[in-house]
Each structure stands twice: as structure tokens, then as C-alpha cells.
Write a protein that binds this ligand. Structure first.
Ligand SMILES: *[C@@H]1O[C@H](CO)[C@@H](O)[C@H](O)[C@H]1NC(C)=O
Ligand SMILES: *[C@@H]1O[C@H](CO)[C@@H](O)[C@H](O)[C@H]1NC(C)=O
Ligand SMILES: *[C@@H]1O[C@H](CO)[C@@H](O)[C@H](O)[C@H]1NC(C)=O
Ligand SMILES: *[C@@H]1O[C@H](CO)[C@@H](O)[C@H](O)[C@H]1NC(C)=O
Ligand SMILES: *[C@@H]1O[C@H](CO)[C@@H](O)[C@H](O)[C@H]1NC(C)=O
Ligand SMILES: *[C@@H]1O[C@H](CO)[C@@H](O)[C@H](O)[C@H]1NC(C)=O
Length: 234
């Protein structure tokens, strides 16, 4: 079997990150969203400020067998349910296509990565001043655009859910994600390619950090399986 660089590289980055985290003596666990439950989710237990600028990165391992729309995260605000969201779906060419929703506007499914079961690093960003958004995969910008609604910020005091879409504020979950997720970080700034690329290679970036991966700040549904340091590297 030929060694597929697209499979090996993400795995290598993950292992390097893992070792750095273990060195730093911090927690590095992954969430497994199993397909035998459609109810799994994790809620980020923090209070969100109003955001004129936001960036978010997460590592995902997609279930290669799942063909439906899958929600990586959904952020609902009390005044608007589809405030900020990232979803993905497999296409005919066996790639996972990603799309952002900002203030309810569904942007195109275009940024993609192969449906290869490997870990992939995804970053998304939006800046109200410029109206620009972007999606980065494995450290490269795969899609960007403008023309989002810049008349308002992303509302604060919202509910942030990993792995489910919210059809009502904090409830009526639909379009689940299946697979593994880890290393979610959220910033109130716009990421550039150099940041996404450095983060993919496991640099840390502490300026303007709102949330940094920490199981103690997640409320995790009992159907989610936690994998700790050791099994994540196995
Ligand atoms: C991960 O490893 C660190 C350092 O060895 C340890 O402190 C932490 O408890 C581990 N986390 C889990 C979930 O096992
Ligand atoms: C969420 O955070 C608040 C404030 O830090 C805390 O009081 C509460 O117990 C946390 N809830 C969960 C489920 O972790
Ligand atoms: C949420 O689900 C409940 C129970 O199925 C239903 O009665 C309600 O209309 C739903 N709400 C929304 C906003 O979809
Ligand atoms: C998630 O991680 C577990 C443990 O490493 C692995 O067995 C499983 O295949 C992974 N799931 C997917 C969809 O890759
Ligand atoms: C938003 O974009 C503007 C224009 O490109 C830039 O000057 C500003 O620094 C960005 N804001 C943040 C918080 O990154
Ligand atoms: C980002 O959040 C931090 C911490 O809440 C705050 O100090 C900083 O001013 C915020 N930056 C922007 C650009 O909103």
C-alpha cells in the first residue's frame, strides 16, 4: 500500500501536538461522537461577549461512511438561532465540503478535504470591519469571501454546541456530526494564513484567545466517548 502523504501529515501534526501538550502537562483529550447515537454533543460552558471579529480552529476526524449534512459547531444567540455555524457534507468526488453560516446566511460549500478518515485541521474566521470570512484546512486557505451582513456583530450570550445544529436556542438538535474532534480554540480576532498554518503545525497563539481546549469547560453528553492522551495517540 503506498504511503499517502495526505493521510500521514495530519496524523504527524497531531502526534507532535500531543507530545507538546503532554510536555506542557496539559490535558489533551478527544471527543468521539459515535454513530450509534444521534444525540451526542458537547456544549462550551462559557459566556460569549459580542464579537465583531471571530476565529475558531478545531481538529476533526470525519466518519467516512456518513453522507448527510454534519454540524461541526453551531452558535445560537438568544435573538438569532443560526448566528454562526460550520457544517460539512461529502460530495460526489469523495471530498468533505465545508460551509459557514454567518447571521443566517449560508455561504457556499467549497473548502474541502479528502474523505480519508484522517485528522484534519480546520479554521474559520469572520471580521465585521472588512466583511470577510475564510475557511482554512490543514493550514491553507481553501475559500474566502466578503458580502456578509456587516450591519451587526455576532451577538453575545449565545450557546455554543459541538456536533449538533440547534433548531431552537440551545435545543431541537439536528444534523449531527460523527467522528472525532479535539483542540477547539476560539479567538476574537481575524486569523491570517500564517496563523492557520502555524496552528496546524501546533504552535499556540494566546493573544485574543477566548476559549482554549479544556474539558473542564465542556458539558459533554453521556453518549460521547472521551479518549485520553494515550488512546488518542494509539
Ligand atoms: C493527559 O496527560 C497529562 C500529562 O501527563 C495528564 O496530566 C492528564 O491528566 C492527561 N489527561 C487525561 C484525560 O488523561
Ligand atoms: C459552567 O460554568 C459556570 C460558571 O463558571 C459554573 O458555575 C457551572 O457549574 C458550569 N457548568 C458546568 C455544567 O460545567
Ligand atoms: C422543538 O421540539 C419540540 C418537541 O419535538 C417541538 O414541540 C417544538 O416545536 C420544536 N421547536 C422548534 C423551534 O423547532
Ligand atoms: C475516532 O477515534 C477512535 C479512537 O482513536 C477510532 O477508533 C475511531 O475510528 C475514530 N473515528 C473516526 C470516525 O475516525
Ligand atoms: C478586521 O479587518 C480589518 C481590515 O482588514 C483589520 O484592520 C482589523 O485588524 C481586523 N480586526 C481584527 C480584530 O482582527
Ligand atoms: C478580545 O477579548 C479579550 C478578552 O476578553 C479582550 O481583552 C480584547 O480586548 C478583545 N479584543 C477584541 C479585538 O475585541
Amino acid at each position: 500500500m503506498p504511503i499517502d502523504q495526505y493521510y500521514i501529515l495530519p496524523l504527524l501534526w497531531l502526534l507532535i501536538c500531543l507530545l507538546r501538550r503532554i510536555e506542557a502537562d496539559t490535558q489533551f483529550s478527544t471527543l468521539n461522537f459515535p454513530k450509534d447515537s444521534h444525540e451526542g454533543f458537547a456544549r462550551v460552558n462559557m459566556s460569549f461577549p459580542t464579537l465583531s471579529c471571530v476565529s475558531l480552529c478545531v481538529r476533526v476526524q470525519w466518519d467516512t461512511e456518513w453522507n448527510e449534512v454534519s454540524t461541526i459547531f453551531s452558535y445560537a444567540s438568544p435573538v438569532f438561532t443560526n448566528e454562526f455555524q460550520l457544517r460539512g457534507q461529502v460530495d460526489m468526488r469523495e471530498r468533505i465540503l465545508l460551509a459557514l453560516i454567518i447571521h443566517g446566511k449560508h455561504l457556499p460549500y467549497k473548502a474541502s478535504f479528502p474523505n480519508d478518515g484522517a485528522w484534519h485541521h480546520i479554521c474559520v474566521t469572520w471580521n465585521r470591519t472588512s466583511g470577510q470570512w475564510a475557511i482554512y484546512v490543514d493550514g491553507e486557505r481553501k475559500d474566502m469571501g466578503s458580502g456578509t451582513d456587516t450591519s451587526k456583530d455576532i451577538h453575545g450570550d449565545g450557546i455554543f454546541i459541538l456536533g449538533q445544529d440547534q433548531d431552537s436556542f440551545g435545543g431541537n438538535f439536528t444534523e449531527p456530526f460523527f467522528g472525532n474532534m479535539t483542540d477547539l480554540n476560539i479567538w476574537n480576532m481575524s486569523l491570517e494564513t500564517m496563523h492557520a498554518s502555524a496552528l496546524n503545525a501546533c504552535s499556540t497563539m494566546t493573544q485574543e484567545l477566548l476559549f482554549s481546549w479544556n474539558l473542564n469547560l465542556l458539558s459533554i453528553h453521556p453518549h460521547i466517548i472521551l479518549q485520553d492522551n494515550c488512546s488518542a495517540s494509539g
